[in-house]
Design a protein. Sequence first.
Lengths: 293, 187
Amino acid sequence: MKLSYYPGCSLEGTALDYDHSVREICAKLAVELVDIPDWNCCGASSAHMTDHEIGLRLPMRNLLLAAEAGHDILVPCAACFQRLKAADKALRENPVYWDVDATKYSPAFEIIHISTLLAEAEILAAIKEQVVCHLDELAIACYYGCLSLRNPRVTDAVDWEMPQTLERIVAAVGARPVNWSHRTECCSGSLTMARPDIAEKLVGDIVTAAKRAGAGAMVTDCPMCQANVESRQTLEGGPDAGMPVFYATELIAAALSGSYPVRQQKVHLVSPTVLSRAVTGVGEASSSKEDSR
Amino acid sequence: MENNSISPDQRSEKFLGKLRTRNIDVQACYQCGRCSAGCPIGDFFDLNVMEVVRLAAYGQEDRLLHSHAIWLCAACETCATRCPNEIEIAHLMDVLRELALRKNIAPAEPRIPLFHRSFLGSVGRWGKAYEIGMIANYKIKSKDLMGDMKLGLNMFLKGKLKLVPHSIDNKAEIKAIFSGKGKEYDR
């Protein structure tokens, strides 16, 4: 499988490790990624919230660049995904308005968010086949946030109130997804810098809900959610009291390699020992667990 | 909402026309309240989401442009997703923010549009978001120099913030996008 790849700005900065894990596991799962040449920022929330045309023309430039290659576009960031989808719909609806020659934009390509790809049956099968370390000890709260799902008229999400993709992925590496309440609640997104008080309230509710459900960690597929939930939790307690948030691809990379490098652990703002313990702990008992499967 | 009077004198036909061209059918609201009920930030709003929709239906543009709600909305799209009449409420919030900025109306939450401007300033300059540059710009403009110092330092030490911006090659195309050649407004 060959896909155009749109990493987005976060994956070159605060979420650089997300980019590494996406590339690592795609290579193992026979998904070839071709970076969109000279891609630019999608504009994120700030553009569409303050200027309609800039908010659509920025992602459109990337679509037109990708249309030349013609492969489906893989997007690991939920915000970028939603902006590219919105631009794609606008462009297909009225190319003339956006100064685009319709004959140059009739691509069959789709814009795919990472979890949708990873939860496809054949990819899940490949993950299960390649797992060297089942993460049996981990109770995980799968956290989707907003923008890979909403608005479904833009994202084409099917189960926007009850998505299942992350749960399927988490189960494929042997971890245990928990049933909990705040899977699709907002983390406050771009408000986090200007109104940290609101971010702390929303993140506090989310983390409390995850704890109440017995989760030891959260898994997400959005770099904004990851950064906000790890940076805005204000729980009392020792260094292990916090709720670490792993990227779905980070979890898969650990399960497929059987290791969770210190370099990767150090990137977290909340102690990620629950995953390193699961990786090393399970390693010792893996043979007996293989038998039981 | 403390003052719940509606003034026909302040009904803006131009604003209502703009909503029609953007397919934001605020007249379809029958006040079920699902938008307000699901809003994750509603506790912090001065007008609740349904009040924003209703004021828009009455063309009360001026009241809305001065509200906190339009800036506190995080564009999570929960309201528009759950609206039984598929009113594009999140797009309504976008239109209101854009109008407020274009009309130079002092924002009720000044730091939030400053953040957006700092973010877009970096995108306009490099073609990509440059986190440290954007944060520094926001901190200076908002005068919020001390907030999140510890977090920022922590993120820097963890290598999450890059000192050098990533730049795209074809900056001319980005410049054109930001030049205001769009058609929607008379710029």
